[in-house]
Design a protein around this ligand. Structure first.
Ligand code: ATP
Ligand code: MG
Length: 467
C-alpha cells in the first residue's frame, strides 16, 4: 500500500480550493490558441518529496459512478486478492477535469502472470512491454500494466540491443511508475482501496494551473522517446494547457530525432490528433518548431492547408468519424493544384498519374495500405473534376460513383479554406442530388464515337502465336 503521510495531506482550505478548482477548471480550448508558455520548473524524482500528496475521497470530485463498470470489477478483484490497484493515466486526468475519459487504464503491483491467474478472460500481450488485456464482450479491452521503473544505468545489459526490452520490463513501485510517465497530469493515480487520489509528481497543482509539465528534464525525456514531443503539443492543444519554455526549446532542439520513431506509431499519434480535433493546430505548431518535416517524412504545409485541416477537423467532429484518406488528400491538395492547375485542361489520366506520384512518397514512408492511397487519389481527381466545372466527358459515371459525395465534401472544405467560389459547390451538390446529367451535355467532336472500342481479335488455341 502507498505510505500515507498525515503531514502531507492538504489542509481543509487547500482541499476545498483544489476540489473546486479541479471540478470547475476550464482552460482556454476549442479553437483558442493554447500556446502560451511559462517559465520552467523541473520535476524530478530526487528533488520531489518522498511521500505523495493524497487527496481523500471527500477532497476530490471523482465518483465511482463515473468509472466504467468492468474497470471497477477488475480494480476490485485485484484489490480483494491483496494487490494494489489504481486507475492510472489519462482517465484520472480527464475525470478531474470533468471530461469523459476515452479509456480506463489500470496500474497494479501484480505481475502480468499474476493478473492472468485472476482473470479467465485475460491475455498477455506485447513482446517488449508485457501487458495484461482483460476482455469483456467482443469490444471492450481493459489494459492492466504492472508498475514499472527506470533502471539505474549500471543495471543495463551490456548489449545495447537488449536495452529496450530490459527498460520496459523492470517492475517498480507506484512512485517509480509515476516518474517514468510523460507529463505530471498523466501520472495521477486513483486508489481503489480508499478512493483517494495519489500524486507523486505535482500533477494536481499543474491541473489547477492548466500547465503541461514534462516529468524530468524535457531534453532527456524526448531523447528517450521522441514521440513525447508530439504528445506534448497534442495534450497542450487538447486541454488548452500552457507549455513551459524549456519544453518548447527542447522540442526545437530535438526535433530531428523524431524521424527515428516507428512510422506506425507516429501515424497512430497523428490520427489521435484528428480524433481529438486538434490536428491542424498541432501540425502547424510542429511546423513552427521544426518538428513537422522529420515527423512526416519531409512533409511541409502552407497556410491554406492548415486552414483546410482545421475545417476538416470540424467536419469530423460533426460526423464523429475520422477519415484517414480525406486527411491524406487534404495534406496534398495544395501541391496537387500546383501540379495540375485547372486552366491547363489536362486529360484525367494525366491528373490521375500526377496525384498518384504526389502521394506515393508519403504513403511509402508510413506504409499506408494501397486502398487508402487509392481513395485519396480519387478524391484529388474528384476535386479536379469539380473545379473544372460541369459538362465534361465521363461526368454521368462520376456522379453515380459512391465515392463522389466524399470528394465533393472535401472540395467544399477546400473552397471554404481558399475563399473559392461557393456557387460551383452548390451546382455540383444539385447535380449530385438530382442524379441527372446536367443540361449542358459534354461537347464531343462531331463524327467521333466515344464509346466505340475496337474489338480484339481472338487468338486461336491451336496456334497461340498466330493471330
Ligand atoms: P488519451 O487516452 O485520452 O489520449 P492518455 O493520457 O490516456 O490520453 P495514452 O496514450 O492512453 O494517453 O497513455 C496512457 C498513459 O501512459 C499516459 O497517461 C501516460 O501516463 C503514459 N504514457 C503514454 N505514452 C507515454 C510515453 N511515450 N512516455 C511516458 N509515458 C507515457
Ligand atoms: Mg488513454
Amino acid at each position: 500500500m502507498t505510505t500515507r503521510n498525515a503531514a502531507k495531506l492538504p489542509s481543509q482550505e487547500e482541499i476545498c480550493y483544489t476540489v473546486e478548482t479541479l471540478s470547475v477548471v476550464r482552460c482556454p480550448q476549442d479553437g483558442k490558441a493554447p500556446w502560451n508558455t511559462m517559465a520552467s520548473s523541473a520535476v524530478n524524482a530526487s528533488a520531489a518529496p518522498a511521500d505523495p500528496t493524497i487527496l481523500s475521497r471527500s477532497a476530490h470530485s471523482i465518483s465511482r459512478s463515473q468509472i466504467d463498470e468492468n474497470t471497477l470489477k477488475v480494480l476490485y478483484r485485484l484489490h480483494r486478492n491483496g494487490y494494489q490497484a489504481y486507475l492510472v493515466g489519462g482517465s484520472v486526468r480527464d475525470l478531474l477535469l470533468g471530461r469523459t475519459p476515452k479509456d480506463f487504464d489500470i496500474g497494479t503491483d501484480a505481475t502480468p502472470q499474476q493478473v492472468k491467474k485472476l482473470f479467465r478472460n485475460c491475455f498477455l500481450v506485447g513482446r517488449r512491454f508485457r501487458l495484461a488485456h482483460i476482455r469483456f464482450g467482443s469490444d471492450q479491452v481493459i489494459e492492466v500494466a504492472t508498475f514499472r521503473r527506470h533502471p539505474h544505468p549500471d543495471e543495463l545489459p551490456e548489449d545495447p540491443e537488449e536495452h529496450g526490452t530490459f527498460l520496459q520490463n523492470q517492475f517498480g513501485t507506484p512512485r517509480e511508475d509515476a516518474f517514468r510517465r510523460d507529463f505530471t497530469i498523466n501520472a495521477l493515480f486513483y486508489n481503489i482501496a480508499d478512493f483517494s487520489i495519489v500524486d507523486h509528481v505535482g500533477g494536481l497543482q499543474d491541473l489547477k494551473d492548466c500547465r503541461l509539465r514534462v516529468i524530468g528534464v524535457p531534453g532527456v525525456r524526448f531523447a528517450e522517446d521522441p514521440v513525447r514531443m508530439l504528445r506534448a503539443l497534442e495534450f497542450s492543444a487538447r486541454l488548452g494547457f500552457s507549455l513551459e519554455t524549456e519544453t518548447l526549446d527542447a522540442i526545437a532542439e530535438n526535433a530531428q530525432i523524431i524521424a527515428e520513431a516507428a512510422p506506425a506509431r507516429v501515424r497512430e499519434e497523428l490520427l489521435e490528433l484528428f480524433r481529438h480535433g486538434v490536428g491542424a493546430e498541432v501540425l502547424q505548431r510542429a511546423q513552427s518548431l521544426g518538428l513537422l518535416q522529420p515527423l512526416m517524412g519531409g512533409y511541409q504545409a502552407g497556410e491554406t492547408t492548415f486552414k483546410l485541416l482545421a475545417s476538416l477537423n470540424q467536419s469530423f467532429r460533426k460526423t464523429g468519424n475520422v477519415d484517414e484518406s480525406m486527411i491524406l488528400a487534404c495534406l496534398f491538395i495544395d501541391r496537387f493544384w500546383q501540379k495540375c492547375p485547372v486552366h491547363a485542361s489536362l486529360p484525367i489520366n494525366e491528373v490521375l498519374l500526377s496525384a498518384g506520384h504526389l502521394l506515393t512518397p508519403y504513403c511509402n514512408h508510413f506504409r499506408l495500405a494501397h486502398g487508402l492511397r487509392h481513395q485519396a487519389r480519387e478524391m484529388l481527381v474528384g476535386c479536379y473534376r469539380f473545379a473544372r466545372g460541369l459538362g465534361h466527358r465521363g461526368q454521368k459515371r462520376f456522379l453515380l460513383n459512391p465515392e463522389t459525395p466524399r470528394a465533393l465534401e472535401m472540395f467544399r472544405l477546400w473552397n471554404q479554406a481558399s475563399d473559392g467560389e461557393p456557387g460551383l459547390v452548390e451546382t455540383w451538390q444539385k447535380a449530385l442530388h438530382t442524379g441527372h446529367e446536367p443540361a449542358d451535355k459534354p461537347v464531343r467532336p462531331p463524327g467521333r464515337r466515344t464509346h466505340h472500342r475496337p474489338r480484339r481479335r481472338r487468338r486461336s488455341k491451336q496456334n497461340p502465336g498466330s493471330g
